[in-house]
Design a protein around this ligand. Structure first.
Ligand code: PAF
Length: 278
């Protein structure tokens, strides 16, 4: 497994065998089973696999958790070695954002609702870094988790709009036995908050069950999620949503599928989760 922060070395390795297919998993490190499920899928579907580990400053707002974001590079590399990854890109800020850097990628409409209303600059940072990583790695396929549902929609749009020659593969959410979606931020939760955090998947599943029983009113689906979450004393609701999976606009009436999603604070830790019904 080659580990490097050098863009020229990445390109050299990437193009030693130009006909080989490359699967790419971009990450911010502190890897868990969710990331490893993406790596395994990338390995299964490609001849070579590349992973990037980079905590991207431009997708964090000044008041967010950039400096405290969990990091453990040695452990991450050991896990990737076991998975048989070929190439790991571990750039520094100086490599990704050298002095004078000034070009950002904006996916205008899709970045505004949901996460965008609480984190207005987040997706510009995500789209910019992923565009750069795609240019550097030039993968055949790129693997992202459905956990970040809006990120997947925004990045698909970017790939379409900017003609990236990359197949986007969105993989299912990996959950703990009690339903909590895996996230590097789960590490911040106290034992009490960790227990309370199952409220996200409980709320989503209640709305999903209502849908299965014929409920098609978006306001009622949102109310079911809101009532479940606000009944949990340790939870502070950011948003609940029952939106069109393609446009991310809130639905009055569900006709052809719905993205149920929520963001909830436990103390300073903000968790997101979703269920996609198509
Ligand atoms: O999903 C993430 O971990 C990040 O947003 C990504 C795609 C690695 C970009 O920094």
């Amino acid at each position: 497994m080659k580990v490097t922060e050098d863009i020229n070395q990445i390109r050299q390795i990437r193009w030693t065998d130009p006909m080989a297919s490359w699967g790419f998993v971009p990450t911010m490190g502190y890897l868990h089973e969710g990331h490893l499920s993406l790596v395994r899928r990338a390995k299964a579907e490609n001849e070579r696999t590349a992973v990037s580990i980079y905590v991207n400053p431009t997708q964090f707002a000044p008041h967010e958790d950039l400096s405290s974001y969990p990091r453990d590079l040695a452990r991450d590399l050991a896990l990737l070695e076991v998975e048989g990854v070929n190439l790991v890109f571990t750039p520094s800020d100086a490599v990704m954002y050298p002095p004078g850097f000034q070009t950002m990628v904006t996916v205008a409409e899709l970045s505004r609702p949901l996460e965008g209303s609480s984190r207005p600059t987040h997706f510009q940072g995500v789209a910019t870094i992923v565009a750069k990583l795609f240019h550097i790695i030039q993968p055949t396929r790129a693997y992202f988790g459905q956990k970040d549902a809006q990120q997947a929609v925004v990045l698909r749009q970017m790939v379409r709009d900017l003609n990236f020659n990359v197949e986007m593969v969105i993989c299912p959410i990996v959950r703990e036995a009690d339903g909590l979606a895996l996230s590097s931020r789960n590490k911040y939760l106290t034992p009490e908050q960790r227990q309370a955090a199952t409220v996200l998947s409980r709320a989503l599943n209640r709305a999903k069950n209502a849908y299965a029983n014929g409920e098609r009113d978006g306001r009622i689906l949102r109310r079911i999620m809101r009532e479940t979450i606000t009944a949990e004393p340790l939870a502070r609701l950011d948003y609940v949503s029952a939106a069109d999976p393609a446009t991310l606009q809130e639905l009055k009436e569900v006709k052809e599928g719905v993205l149920l999603s929520t963001a909830v604070f436990f103390g300073k830790t903000r968790l997101i989760d979703n269920i996609l019904i198509v």
